[in-house]
Design a protein around this ligand. Structure first.
Ligand SMILES: N[C@@H](CCC(=O)N[C@@H](CS)C(=O)NCC(=O)O)C(=O)O
Length: 208
């Protein structure tokens, strides 16, 4: 059976759990990372020398890096059309949003969640929040403009391009103490994601 290592409050783990449930896969999740530790142990480091979650093992095959895991799960357990646009161009466009999410959103999001949610009040740095919030908001305007032209980040249907962004955008809306502009297309997309049971199960949960 598929095994997924990672604490359920990690954004990178949430992507993989959501994707696995969209595919209807049975899996075992093993808490790891953060307060659960395990990631510095010898056994875990043999699987993922980075000591990061998520990491999966599927019928003897080990893989880390959340976007690579999503691509693998679709290819292994779906068919050519599962959560993927039909054309090469459509697929490349959808996958572009996965990489954009990692490279443009992950770093400012980590600052926001650290200083608005996870750190004890005396260790929160309001000054660090300002540039991270501005950077994330600028990216959200780009995402909103895309959704004004395309129903999903994967084209005409929900798919691979919506999963990483779905996690971070939901979390951005859930962060306390942030001012957010009105972004109607982005808000409508979030409402449509909230119709998906797997999104509600793994993503639409309180931040911690
Ligand atoms: N690029 C990696 C990043 C993985 C990553 O940074 N994971 C974080 C959680 S979101 C982690 O393992 N942090 C250490 C910990 O939880 O102990 C991926 O997408 O899988």
């Amino acid at each position: 059976m598929l095994r997924i290592w990672g604490r359920a409050n990690s954004s990178n783990v949430k992507k993989v759990l959501w994707c696995a449930e969209e595919l209807g896969l049975r899996f075992e999740r093993i808490d790891a990372g953060g307060a659960f530790g395990l990631v510095d142990g010898e056994e875990f480091r043999k699987m993922n020398p980075n000591g990061l979650v998520p990491c999966i093992e599927d019928d003897g095959f080990v893989l880390w890096e959340s976007n690579a895991i999503i691509r693998y799960l679709l290819a292994r357990h779906g068919d050519d059309s599962t959560l993927l646009p039909a054309t090469l161009e459509g697929r490349a466009s959808a996958e572009r949003w996965m990489d954009w999410c990692s490279f443009s959103l992950s770093a400012p999001f980590a600052v926001l969640v650290k200083h608005l949610v996870r750190s004890p009040p005396e260790r929160r740095d309001a000054q660090a929040v300002v540039p991270a919030a501005a950077s994330f908001e600028a990216s959200m305007r780009i995402a909103d403009a895309e959704l004004a032209q395309s129903a999903w980040f994967s084209g005409e249907s929900f798919g691979i391009g919506d999963i990483p962004l779905g996690v971070l955008v939901y979390s951005w809306y859930a962060l306390p103490g942030l001012e957010r502009p009105s972004l109607p297309a982005l808000e409508d997309w979030q409402r449509r994601l909230a119709e998906r049971p797997a999104f509600l199960h793994w993503v639409a949960v309180p931040l911690s």
